[in-house]
Design a protein around this ligand. Structure first.
Ligand code: Z5A
Length: 213
């Protein structure tokens, strides 16, 4: 049986990295075999593409080049990691996936959604995440958290308006995919965020067990 594919998404500084560790402990407590990975990245080639994408540079990166690089890394990641792991029956926990492309390149950079959908079909076929946790937070709060943590990468140098469009992009994805997406209020204290994540994971676990029975 194919394993389950969980993704975690959100704008800057929402706490994905912090909460991924928590989700890993939940998977371990359920005795599930899983691989934790990320995008852009997840294989040596895709990690090199990540470096190219995140490095601040003088040259303006055109949106089409950015979009194609995202999907180039994703193709390699799917081929080398995600698909083999799922077909062995293990679960995949991925820090960002194609929803990030719709939110950042689509809503953020105003790229056409139908073009993104064509690339999605080319690279993924029918494969989609089974559960997506969208950590949501007011943009200013997330940017403040992120800036306290590290030097800004090329995306983090964008203006507040860009991240506002990205946030709205994520909220639209959640609205259009209610069976797959759960919005988590990430502005709460960490314990409260993790309680919401546990509720979402347990509900997903229960419905997966029911459909396997
Ligand atoms: N990107 C794209 O454009 N298109 C695509 O298709 C894909 C990606 C896949 C890299 O992603 C960039 O790639 C990303 C979008 C683009 N750029 N941006 N912006 P990334 O996921 O590697 O980068 P990131 O979004 O900047 O994630 P991050 O740096 O790992 O941040 P985070 O994981 O969301 O946050 P965190 O490190 O867990 O937490 C931030 C701080 O807040 C930290 O000090 C925590 O201790 C603190 N924190 C966390 N939770 C709380 C709560 N609840 N209360 C208080 N403080 C908290």
């Amino acid at each position: 049986m194919r394993g389950k594919f969980i993704t975690i998404e959100g704008t800057e500084g929402v706490g994905k990295t912090t909460n991924i560790e928590f989700i890993q402990s939940w998977l371990e407590a359920k005795n599930l075999a899983f691989v934790c990975t990320r995008e852009p990245g997840g294989t040596p080639l895709a990690e090199q593409i990540r470096e190219l994408l995140l490095a601040p540079r003088d040259e303006i990166v055109c949106s089409t080049a950015e979009l194609l690089l995202m999907f180039a890394g994703r193709a390699q990641h799917l081929h080398q990691v995600i698909k083999p792991v799922l077909s062995e029956g293990a679960w995949v926990l991925c820090d960002r996936f194609t929803d990030a492309t719709y939110a950042y390149q689509g809503a953020g950079r105003n790229m056409r959604t139908d073009l993104i959908a064509e690339l999605e079909m080319l690279v993924q076929g029918s494969l989609r995440p089974d559960l997506t946790l969208i950590l949501d937070i007011p943009v200013e709060v997330g940017l403040k958290r992120a800036s306290a943590r590290s030097e800004p990468d090329r995306f983090e140098q964008e203006q507040v308006e860009f991240f506002e469009r990205v946030r709205q992009g994520y909220l639209k994805i959640a609205e259009e995919n209610p069976d797959r997406c759960v919005i988590i209020d990430a502005s709460s204290p960490l314990k409260a965020v993790q309680r919401q994540i546990t509720v979402a994971l347990e509900a997903f676990w229960f419905s997966s067990e029911e459909s396997n029975a």
